[in-house]
Design a protein around this ligand. Sequence first.
Ligand code: NAD
Length: 267
Amino acid sequence: MGLFSGKKGLIFGVANKNSIAWGIAQALHAEGAELGFSYAGEVLKKRVEPLAESIGSRFVEECDVTSDEAIDVLFDKAAQHFGKLDFLVHSIAYAPSEELGGRFINTTRNGFRIALDVSCYSLIALAKRAQPLMTDGGAMLTMTYYGAEKVTPNYNVMGVAKAALEATVRYLAWDLGKDRIRVNAISAGPIKTLAASGVSGFRKSLSYVGQVAPMGNVDQEDVGHAAAFLLSDRAARITGEILYVDGGYNIMGAPDPSLMGGESKEE
Ligand code: NAD
């Protein structure tokens, strides 16, 4: 008997085996959850289908979250397949690559619109369709990054989208509390994935965080375990929270302790 025996949920955002959403899926599967997957486009189908199959999932459907019609179709199918839902994982973000580098002041109106639509509004759109299916209450989880709070060069408009996403988590948590639905986010440290490699200088920031964070870099498995906790009944009444899974990077005041008279980790 796992923590998720008898529980069913949908996972949005698996692109390949390196996706954070796949780390979360594996942790939920290990605890007995029944999972459904949604992927962004035809190209990803051949990657996501075998992964879903490997953990016995029979629900794998395409859905572009910028389309309300596509989301409606997806949730109609989910309602037919699962009857009810216990949890939802939103692990989706996108901004045009030219927005993820260089000067922030060059952010375009269209780049801003796309980043906020795909990376933030989509959580509201999915929550609206999932809520009526969470008839016994439920839990929703999204993925954010420290660039929402503190300037992270090159993250640019995505930092603004994540700030909006974190506020959205709090407003949804407030609104859905009456339906016994919890809404939380994990703020993960940098992890090498498809989305991350779109941010200029990502490899440098991965290596930097690895050196500065008290516990070094995190991986998909670390996030998966924390996600399983937040989505489980063990986290009953934890809602509207942003949980750092970042090796402790966010507690550091000095960018490099050696610059402040301390010792670097490796010394
Ligand atoms: P990933 O590329 O594996 O996942 C991003 C997913 O978003 C992909 O599956 C992609 O298909 C999906 N997506 C993009 N546009 C979409 C659309 N229009 N409709 C439906 N799906 C769409 O990368 P990841 O790093 O696993 O990203 C997952 C989440 O984790 C993102 O929100 C990301 O910002 C967040 N995050 C990542 C890191 C990191 O360093 N990798 C750190 C903190 C937070």
